[in-house]
Design a protein around this ligand. Sequence first.
Ligand SMILES: [Zn+2]
Ligand SMILES: [Zn+2]
Length: 483
Amino acid sequence: MDPDYRLYSIQPTPYGGRGVYARTDISAGTCILRCPGPYAYVIARKFRKEVCAWCFSYAFEHGKRVWSWKYESTDSISLRDDQECIGKTVSPVHNSKQNKGNGANTAANLAGTWFCTAECRTRWCLEMDFGRLHASLLGMLEKLHITASDKKRGSADIPVTAADAIAIEGGYTFPLLKTLQPYWIHSKDALLSASHLKNPSTLSAGREEQITSCHQTLSSCQRQLDIVWSHAELVYARGYYRNAAPGEPRKEEPLSEFELDTARFAISALVQFFWEGSAAAHSNRGLDQNGSVMTWTDMLELQNNEVETALRKPEILATQVRVYGFVRSVVETALRTPGVMPAGAYDWGKLRAWVDKSDYVRAILGRDHGNVFGIWDMATEGDSEMLGWGMYIQGSYFNHDCAPNVKKRRVGRALEFYAMRNIATGEELCTTYVDVDEPASQRCAELREQWYFNCVCVRCRRELEVPIDEGTIDSGYVSSVDN
Ligand SMILES: [Zn+2]
Ligand SMILES: [Zn+2]
């Protein structure tokens, strides 16, 4: 069935925030929304050779260990000769050997993007690379990371996750946050209050006072966050990563794998934003079924979960600040190194200004948490693996329900949303954020932990308030869409 964007509208919900509502009766199996590709995304670095950076196909599922088409820096691929690029066949560069070349080639060739076919590579170059911008920045990130790791302890032994990194250092890995601790209040009360705000119906007596005190707590957190970030801008002033003199202790730990992935995600968003400002923008981008292309402004419309994330998971704030500092160094170093950035009359000053201030990276990372979709492998049995993550802006408008009526399905780099059953006009369209086969207590705990709200869906209320036989409760959320 053809997708039809007129099937729903975005409206305020009775329980706060916005939701997606059926404008008409929708029959089971209808495609409600198709997002052709993510606004920003990252293939996890550890899967970069195994997952096509364009179509997300996983080499393992095609009987291969890795893909063989590697990004190749060629100055002929630029906005000005898109058409020439389409017709051009570029010989595959096998990943066993890096091309030796000048600084520009080396930086771009380190980009860490692999493709399943030459065609996927061409599409990526045309739609994601903006001349050579994306690859150049990803390549520079890799170079700076290698340098930082080498200086620290050789290229091995880099902490694998942010959690590992924190464990290794017995606290914050990172001196900046230590200097900030006096500013930072980590209050359990504030956590509870913040989650209650999302569900005013769960507030008991003295509701008005509670709401007022929640708002005060949150705005005080917001002020503290603003201090953290303006401090970060000062600390990461130009040259942070390269100024350590010989013998002087390094200022910064190398980023963990998770932080590098987050930095790559942030870079993909900045490149998108830069692209939007160009006259050639949108000329060859995939359109959604609404005929529109999502923009930075649309991204800013997503719920910003910065405060809740910082309160509940201060280590994520540490990660975000480090990622900002690193992305800033990547951009500054790329701009400073001759031949790295694409030739042409691009306004690099704009890009530079975006990283001098923390606002832009902060805006992306504040919405990363709670708004992105994992890019999972297509394993039909056993545990599937998360190969990366992407921000599909319109897909984020669906609220959660433990008995969802909408199911999502990834088709290559596209994400499609289908009606799981017949839906009546005016019903809210919901997906599930968690595994609906888990018991209610576990679902609710996960939703509180990861999405910062207390689930008060019909199914949860029924299951938590009135104990019923497990066998009788599943009819409400059985999929009518075969996956
Ligand atoms: Zn591909
Ligand atoms: Zn629920």
